[in-house]
Write a protein that binds this ligand. Structure first.
Ligand code: GDP
Length: 469
């Protein structure tokens, strides 16, 4: 990471309202790592060409070899939404049923989650498990319906069939949410018109929310953005103007504006790429594609597809704008999440009480030490600070509990495979901490005052457990 970027991270860390601590949760193979690559590529940490192939968050050799993610790792991303800058701390987590405790760790440190579902496979056993975990930890989720390209290339659906299929997958997720009583953002269920659903093809680097389209088309059609947003998904007839347009669309055999504007264009792109009619599609969509892109496309259809769709509908934009808009910052931490603990709730970097949650110890092969994977909940953590170490079963009323303390020897910023040294980290940050390996075995609460009760022990809850081959 460039030095200037680290300075930017440090600057954004100073105000918790700029921060989003999020994880990606999904059933194995639904596309978490590919999505993470696309988000990381948007920050220039890896090249867009390598996104999906590099598996940046898989830092261990055995992970790369087996092609599945086993250990959570984190990375800080910078995102500009309109005029406000954000720091998105992305914590990758495994989806395989054997790594339930890792999923649990990721969830514990976050305030929000990106739930990824492969639209062809639909809701799978691990989707149940991770949504349940998100519910237990009271995280706010957004939904990414991934692998939309498979509806075209493998299932050979028409846009109308695809639209119907997407509705069915959303219904499957809604049934699950009801079962787990998941309180989605602002008490809404996942709905494309609410902006908490992104349609994506992580492997081809594109994704969209219908809000993008409302912004672009509302002026062209002379319809208010809010009304158009509602009209783009489902059969929602709002006023005479939209009704007229909808009728026009229906007369042409099209059900909704959503199908008309988005799916049809995407289908046309895939169709053109796979039968190699590049010029026709470039003209018909009036896209600003350079001659070079077309040349790239001519030599390799998939690369052309990626260049055309990711310019038209950049995936990272669709996902990160939803994350920043709809998922809470650490300063909005939910009262039910940390009942009665005012220190945790305040997320105040100036607080005289420093509280840190260590969720696991990670082996750092480079300098053969264990680093704590942690989040600062209150105060500012500083190198050289002495903190009490409260294990998960610590009882402040018991005289049998020993006072264990440790000195923070180093603080790190997690950058996937790299660690960047920090002098301090204010409340809201996800960091690595050195100097704890002799006193922390796994998870613990670190506190500058013995009066602080610890977080509950991490619960590994992957029910319903159904083993996948
Ligand atoms: P994870 O186990 O959830 O991390 O899944 P991966 O990101 O490793 O993806 C599993 C497989 O699905 C890989 O072969 C990816 O290339 C592929 N994949 C990921 N996203 C997409 C997508 O949008 N479309 C298609 N067709 N394949 C995808």
């Amino acid at each position: 990471m460039k030095a200037t970027s680290i300075e930017k991270v440090k600057e954004l860390q100073q105000d918790a309202s700029n921060i989003r601590n999020i994880c990606i949760l999904a059933h194995v193979d639904h596309g978490k790592t590919t999505l993470a690559d696309a988000l990381i590529a948007s920050n220039g940490i890896i090249s867009k060409r390598m996104a999906g192939k590099l598996r940046y968050m898989d830092s261990r050799d055995d992970e790369q070899l087996r092609g599945i993610t086993m250990k959570s790792s984190a990375i800080s991303l910078h995102y500009l939404l309109e005029t406000k800058e954000y720091l998105v701390n992305l914590i990758d987590s495994p989806g395989h049923v054997d790594f339930g405790s890792e999923v649990c760790t990721a969830v514990r440190l976050c305030d929000g989650a990106i739930v990824v579902v492969d639209v062809v496979e639909g809701v799978c056993p691990q989707t149940h498990a991770v949504l349940r975990q998100a519910w237990l930890e009271k995280l706010s989720p957004i939904l990414v319906l991934n692998k939309i390209d498979r509806l075209i290339t493998e299932l050979k659906f028409t846009p109308d069939e695809a639209h119907l299929h997407l509705q069915q997958v959303l219904e499957q997720v809604a049934v699950l949410c009801k079962q787990y009583k998941t309180k989605i953002i602002y008490n809404l269920y996942f709905s494309p018109s609410h902006g908490n659903v992104v349609f994506a093809s992580a492997v081809d680097g594109w994704g969209f929310k219908i809000q993008h389209f409302s912004r672009i088309f509302s002026k062209k059609l002379g319809i208010r953005e809010k009304i158009l947003t509602r009209t783009l998904w489902g059969d929602y007839y709002v006023n005479t103007k939209t009704k007229k347009i909808m009728k026009g669309a229906q007369a042409k055999g099209k059900k909704t504006l959503f199908v008309q504007f988005i799916l049809e264009n995407l289908w046309a792109i895939y169709d053109a790429v796979f039968i190699k009619r590049y010029e026709k599609i470039t003209k018909s969509l009036n896209l600003n594609i350079s001659a070079r892109d077309v040349r790239v496309g001519k030599s390799e259809p998939r690369a052309y597809l990626q260049s055309i769709c990711s310019q038209w509908l950049p995936l990272a934009d669709a996902v990160l704008s939803s994350v920043c808009q709809y998922l809470p910052s650490p300063s909005e931490i939910n009262g039910d999440r940390v009942e009665g603990l005012m220190y945790f709730l305040s997320c105040d970097p100036t607080s005289s009480t420093t509280i840190v949650l260590v969720s696991k110890m990670v082996a750092n092969e480079k300098n053969e030490q264990f680093i704590a994977f942690a989040r600062v909940f209150s105060g500012t953590l500083k190198v050289g600070q002495t903190l009490f170490v409260l294990g998960p079963k610590y009882d402040p009323t018991s005289i049998l509990d020993l006072n264990v303390s440790a000195v923070v020897t180093s603080i790190y910023l997690w950058m996937g495979r790299e660690l960047e040294s920090l002098e301090e980290a204010p409340a809201g940050c996800i960091v690595g901490i050195g100097g704890l390996e002799d006193v922390v075995l796994n998870s613990a609460t670190l506190c500058s005052s013995m009066a602080c009760p610890p977080f509950n022990a991490l619960t590994v809850d992957v029910a319903p457990i159904i083993r996948v081959a």
